[in-house]
Design a protein around this ligand. Sequence first.
Ligand SMILES: Cc1cc2nc3c(=O)[nH]c(=O)nc-3n(C[C@H](O)[C@H](O)[C@H](O)COP(=O)(O)OP(=O)(O)OC[C@H]3O[C@@H](n4cnc5c(N)ncnc54)[C@H](O)[C@@H]3O)c2cc1C
Length: 422
Amino acid sequence: MKEKLEGEGQTDRTDVAIIGGGAAGFFAAIACAAANPELKVAVYEKSSAFLSKVRISGGGRCNVTHRPLETRDFAARYPRGERSLLSLLHRFAPRDTLEWFEARGVRLKTEADGRVFPTTDSSQTIIDCLVDSARGAGVSLHAHHEARALERIQGGGFRVRFVSGKETVTRKLLLATGGVRSTSAAALAESSGHSLNDCVPSLFTLHLQESWLKQIAGTSVADAIISVPGMSLKERGPILATHWGLSGPAVLRLSAWGARKLHAVNYCFPACIQWLPNTSPEALEAAWKDRRERMGARTVMNCPLSPLPARLWEQLAIQAGFGRDDRWSKAPRGLLSRLTEQVLNSRITVMGKSLNKEEFVTCGGIQLDQINLRRMESRLVPGLHFAGELIDIDGITGGFNFQAAWTTGWIAGQSMAEEAHP
Ligand SMILES: Cc1cc2nc3c(=O)[nH]c(=O)nc-3n(C[C@H](O)[C@H](O)[C@H](O)COP(=O)(O)OP(=O)(O)OC[C@H]3O[C@@H](n4cnc5c(N)ncnc54)[C@H](O)[C@@H]3O)c2cc1C
């Protein structure tokens, strides 16, 4: 005889069931309960903790959104879903996010690069706000509830079965289960008859074959260009050398725009770095000439070219073929040309990407043409809604992914509130 699981046979009834206690699920729940306080709204989360990605986001500071830009400019920061988001952002914009949190007592600050954080620099502030707002709006929160199967009920509504054996019967259902990285994660969405665009990682760092960059781990350059020849991928911004290769905003953006192309080559490809994007080969030749004349007795390695960090300069000089004692006065022309090449076009070989846990976001998800975006509701299954990273929308770093979660969650919540009259 089958052993009875804890909770087996128990059936909850609710008006709105939200599967996934992350950013999108919480935002939807709060929007729904606030818009229609008579509704019974419940959030079901598989793990023991709600909002665990919010906790680790932004290095523990939670980059809530990005400085409000003109809507078209904002939407252009999404490699997947730009056009769809454009209409959604007109309904719940980054400015609305700022007002939403500030109205609930969270003070926010915008950093020079446009990223918005709580002034406490702690993601716990955002978690506390979301949990308190949900409880205040009467949302019931259920941890340790992993949804295993969905079933449509004749005449309307859904039955959700949990791994524990427990069930919930609901009028409206929202799937906000986050980025799909495994077949089991895709199964729930697919079981409802929806198709997912292939899911691959986005926002990852790069592993390099070359060891010289790894030797200067921790060194960063504020303004450099990384490009991938033959793939039309080029990003400009800060680049950071790490123990495994390269990271930093320019690298992460490159991985977002190139998520599918880089996956297709199994993350093995040649790339180039322009360490001084505003400098021409002629300007460097002139700089070398000046050094030969004015600093001839000094070693090449001891005269870094501003604003390059000294450790990077030293490695570039070594890659060009200079020895530690080589002086400017005796620097051969051939090596100086190679130094110019290193500064303006360092060639590197990428041999992989960061580990799964370091990937920030999933590229791919439920196909947008299967969703009525005005309500974030399935076109195939009335009453079933979607929000957050589960759908085929993802942004670059800088607060864009949370903004997509807030926007789609809020619209789904409003829509379910209108339709789920008890
Ligand atoms: C390390 C890291 C840092 C990041 N930093 C930022 C940042 O600073 N700014 C930014 O904009 N974005 C950031 N992101 C991306 C951002 O966290 C996500 O895009 C966002 O959390 C997506 O929200 P979501 O609610 O759709 O999914 P999630 O936050 O992933 O929430 C989904 C929830 O559903 C639950 N779940 C899954 N399956 C089931 C099931 N079957 N039953 C019940 N529950 C289930 C999961 O346990 C999870 O709690 C970061 C991501 C990572 C990994």
